[in-house]
Design a protein around this ligand. Structure first.
Ligand code: MN
Length: 238
């Protein structure tokens, strides 16, 4: 059984249930996607970047989940006034895991924030806030409060890629982001865009990097076809 490492998110603020206890967590939907592809999900608690090698040694592939905004320090900018919450420990841990996974030539799947982490780790940049920084914006990329499992905006495939076997040339996806790729890092190839030309997916088959800006794990709740993306990723593992 192939093992997929999934770095966790964490509760940064006290809440009614956990109080000030530190809690690492991962949404069940990612576990469902990996389990559904007959692979073994292994959650990595956010930790010391010195452990990145040991963590990646223990799995066959890496899945980066959604979450907080990525800190703009990773692409040399100060925080824009509309930047949302960032998490320095999570950023550092995930960047270290991406670097180590590439070193060990293990496949990486990035989802939403995960896509953005991959891009900045490889030298690309982000719009910190599409609404105030991207003039071409005309699509609602944060569909909240519409439910997670409801596909709302189209993606248009840009070339023959791993997505071509999964999606029609024009398909509907869900969308919960206000950050997006500004400059794609060298070596990454654009796979899909929204109708307002926001990067919705990229990949690099030679390094087995795959990334989508939407949330296939949430679509799973009501769209069984969303499992295909996880199946295809797991099939990339030797
Ligand atoms: Mn979108």
């Amino acid at each position: 059984m192939k093992k997929i490492g999934i770095p966790s998110n964490n509760l940064v603020h006290a809440n009614a249930h956990f109080g000030t206890n530190y809690v690492d967590y991962i949404q069940k939907n990612y576990i469902d996607g990996i389990s559904g592809a007959n692979a073994l999900p292994i959650v990595f608690p956010i930790g010391d970047i010195k452990l990145a090698k040991a963590y990646i040694d223990s799995v066959d592939a890496l899945l980066l989940a959604g979450g907080q905004d990525v800190s703009p320090v990773y692409f040399g900018e100060d925080p824009h006034i509309n930047l949302h919450e960032t998490d320095a420990r999570r950023d550092a841990f995930e960047v270290a895991l991406v670097i180590e996974a590439l070193k060990q030539e293990k496949p990486i799947l990035g989802i939403c924030r995960g896509l953005q982490i991959i891009n900045v780790t490889l030298g690309g940049t982000l719009y910190q806030d599409l609404g105030s920084q991207y003039d071409g914006l005309s699509v609602k990329h944060n569909q909240y409060p519409t439910k997670w499992h409801v596909p709302t905006h189209h993606i248009v495939l840009q070339r023959q890629s791993w997505l071509s076997d999964i999606f029609d040339e024009k398909s509907l996806v869900n969308s919960f982001h206000h950050q997006a790729v500004k400059r794609l890092a060298d070596g990454l190839k654009l796979d899909a865009m929204s109708s307002d030309n926001v990067v919705e997916a990229f990949s690099d088959e030679s390094r087995r990097i795959y990334a989508v800006q939407w949330h296939p794990e949430m679509l799973l709740m009501d769209n069984p076809d969303a499992q295909l993306l996880f199946d295809s990723f797991v099939a990339k593992i030797e």
